[in-house]
Design a protein around this ligand. Structure first.
Ligand SMILES: Cc1cc2nc3c(=O)[nH]c(=O)nc-3n(C[C@H](O)[C@H](O)[C@H](O)COP(=O)(O)O)c2cc1C
Length: 176
């Protein structure tokens, strides 16, 4: 699928069919995640693939988003802070989240190109998920990606236009 089409058509989907997602597709999505840019190529993330129904339910409840239950696969993106702190001091925090986000976006687009639907989930009870997923103290959950097949078509939510959001040479200057 053309990248442009993928970028324009990808939507956050919160309704899925019960069709199983094959491991070969999941692994392609994960592979796209590790190919994202990261500061110093440090790749301070770990991914947790969650398919177990009971665990997915615990996660959906900790997120307070029960729609997630319909999605058969979650990819949890964790920020391995120790890994990045070895290389960067005060900038570690700043870079580490960006590295996870770049990886997440690659996964969303790859999933869409493979005929799958996704949603980025960033709202959850962090402490509960730390326990559910047995995350060590130095590892922080940054986002969850729900993945599945969907038969619904979602209209693009209204987006600000490029003109409205772009300045030239300095903040606030709208003249090219
Ligand atoms: C950082 C971040 C956190 C988000 N958290 C949630 C979430 O917790 N639950 C949810 O349903 N959608 C979540 N979304 C999806 C947004 O609601 C969605 O991207 C936005 O409404 C635009 O729709 P689109 O993705 O279809 O363009 C999140 C997206 C981002 C980037």
């Amino acid at each position: 699928m053309e990248l442009d089409k993928c970028i324009k058509e990808r939507r956050s989907v919160r309704k899925y069919t019960n069709k199983k997602v094959s491991w070969s597709l999941i692994s392609k999505i994960l592979d796209s995640g590790v190919r994202a840019p990261s500061s110093g190529n440090i790749q301070n993330y770990n991914f947790i693939v969650v398919q177990n129904a009971k665990k997915r339910e615990e996660i959906a409840r900790a997120a307070g988003q029960l729609w997630m239950l319909e999605s058969p696969v979650f990819i949890v993106i964790c920020n391995n802070k120790d890994k990045i702190k070895k290389f960067y001091e005060e900038d570690a925090e700043h870079y580490s989240v960006q590295n996870c986000a770049a990886s997440a976006q690659n996964m969303l687009l790859t999933a869409y190109s493979l005929g799958l639907s996704t949603c980025w989930v960033g709202s959850y009870d962090e402490i509960a998920l730390q326990r559910i997923l047995k995350l060590p103290d130095n590892v922080k959950l940054e986002m969850i990606i729900t993945i599945g097949y969907s038969d619904i078509k979602i209209k693009e939510p209204k987006k600000f236009s490029v003109d409205r959001l772009t300045y030239f040479e300095e903040f606030g200057n709208t003249k090219k």
